[in-house]
Design a protein around this ligand. Structure first.
Ligand code: CMC
Length: 429
């Protein structure tokens, strides 16, 4: 069902079409707004702007619902593997057993990096943030696979997709190995996706390494929960960069950079740093919350609040449970988990957080699991990137499949100086 919206402006009336999505989401079609009225929409932060039509992920932030291609996140997390989820996102439907085998085998056979890429790592300082390294090396894949440079002429885009999914864990683990001064561990193609990452991260050539199944399963679930989240900051970045017909590797590299910020994927690192500061006695949970509420302080309760969710983030519910389960199975007593639970308890009964509808988001508990698995804190956001990769890819592909897509190019309201005459250097004070 679609109707009309009427806009009254400077004594004239304009009619605009409305759109309704398959889940009842409503929009006013303003694509001709400027051409017809001379006005543009003003929406900093894009909170009211639908930037595309998409069939990939549905989020209802009021009800706390998340579905990939129609399947509830709770069911996907219970039944699927990460690579199955990636297939679902990218190809639009669950794979048959044969399709899944072929996909997993393709990914497994592209996990190695070109030997020359290894030399890049020697140029990075040991203290380089893994997100800086991951973004740079993901972008550098464009240099190694020039056949994928022009999206309009790429006859084998599927191979670019497989290469990215296969190589990102290797790229990220090499960033860690370089910082730790340890030899790179080559991928093992007989291991599943999460187990392969764990081995590349934590094994050394000196001794046998056995992947802990509990840990691998927990990591796989975390990757699934991060796999897509419709038009968030990094995904919109991937689409925007890709809209200029930049190649997939360059677009994803930009997405990794966008994800890095503490208001987006970087929050998982900041949550653990926040919990550690409370654990080390810098202040109690109560004192921290007071700071987060204060208008005179820029501190925020990291891992809380979301642009879309005004209810409990369904991913946080699953992660909170996975977190308790994995710590119990590993026999770890986590002071950080205790503090997190306490912070959540106080925040959810505090008027400030209740009235603003601020709930735990995907990042609130994920870092505690990563830490229990022994990932260094500065690697957490790179793990988020690994999870989000199929989402970025599927959104990039969906945009390019839409024959009517245009380069992304917002307008602005210019508020600077109006025209003024040039002032020679000697007249400037
Ligand atoms: N702690 C304290 N106050 C908060 C928080 C928080 N975590 N989040 C929002 N607020 C307050 C904010 O100060 C504002 O108050 P007021 O109305 O008095 O000015 C109100 O709540 C609305 O916040 P906003 O910043 O206008 O909301 P937004 O939709 O622009 O921001 C957000 C969403 C996620 C950036 C924000 O909630 C935040 O900074 N959270 C902490 C960082 C975080 O956990 N980020 C991960 C997001 S989920 C994963 C992902 O997307 O990558």
């Amino acid at each position: 069902m679609s109707g009309k919206a009427v806009l009254k402006l400077e004594g004239k009336e304009y009619e605009f079409d409305t759109l309704v999505g398959s889940e009842g989401e409503k929009a006013i079609d303003f694509t001709k707004l400027r051409a017809r009225t001379g006005y543009v929409g003003f929406d900093p932060g894009y909170g009211n702007t639908g930037s595309c039509r998409s069939s990939i992920t549905f989020v209802d932030g009021e009800k706390g619902i998340l579905r990939y291609r129609g399947y509830p996140i709770e069911e996907i997390a219970e039944h699927a593997t990460f690579l199955e989820t990636a297939y679902l996102l990218i190809h639009g439907d669950l794979p048959t057993a044969q399709q899944l085998d072929a996909f997993v085998s393709d990914v497994s056979n592209h996990t190695m990096l070109h030997e020359d890429i290894k030399r890049f790592y020697a140029g990075f300082p040991k203290k380089a943030h893994p997100m800086a390294v991951s973004s740079a090396v993901a972008g550098a894949l464009s240099a190694f696979y020039p056949e994928h440079l022009d999206p309009a002429k790429d006859q084998d885009l599927n191979k670019a997709i497989i290469r990215l999914i296969a190589k990102l864990p290797t790229i990220i683990s090499y960033a860690y190995k370089h910082s730790a001064g340890q030899p790179f561990m080559y991928p093992r193609n007989n291991l599943d996706y999460a187990s392969n990452l764990l081995r590349m991260m934590f094994a050394t050539p000196c001794e046998e390494y056995e992947v802990d199944e509990t840990v691998a399963k927990a990591l796989d679930i975390l990757l699934i929960l991060h796999a897509d989240h419709e038009q968030n900051c990094s995904t919109s970045t991937v689409r925007l960069v890709g809209s200029s017909m930049s190649n997939l590797f360059a677009s994803v590299s930009a997405g990794i950079s966008a994800l890095w910020g503490p208001l987006h994927g970087g929050a998982n690192q900041k949550v653990v740093e926040m919990l550690e500061s409370i654990a080390s006695g810098e202040g109690s949970a109560e004192v921290f919350l007071e700071k987060a509420k204060s208008r005179d302080d820029t501190t925020r309760l990291m891992g809380f609040g979301h642009r879309v969710y005004k209810n409990y983030d369904p991913r946080a519910t699953i992660i909170k449970k996975a977190c308790s389960d994995v710590l119990e199975k590993l026999g770890i007593h986590s002071k950080l988990l205790e503090i997190a639970v306490r912070l959540e308890e106080i925040a959810l009964s505090d008027e400030y957080f209740v009235s603003r509808r601020l709930y735990p988001n995907v990042d609130f508990y994920s870092g505690i699991i990563y830490q229990a698995i022994n990932f260094p804190v500065n690697l957490f956001t790179a793990l988020f990137a690994m999870g989000r990769l199929p989402g970025w890819i599927s959104q990039w592909v969906e945009m390019h499949d839409d024959k009517g897509f245009k380069i992304g190019r917002p307008r602005q309201i210019y508020e600077g100086a109006t025209q003024r005459p040039w002032k020679p250097l000697e007249e400037r004070l």
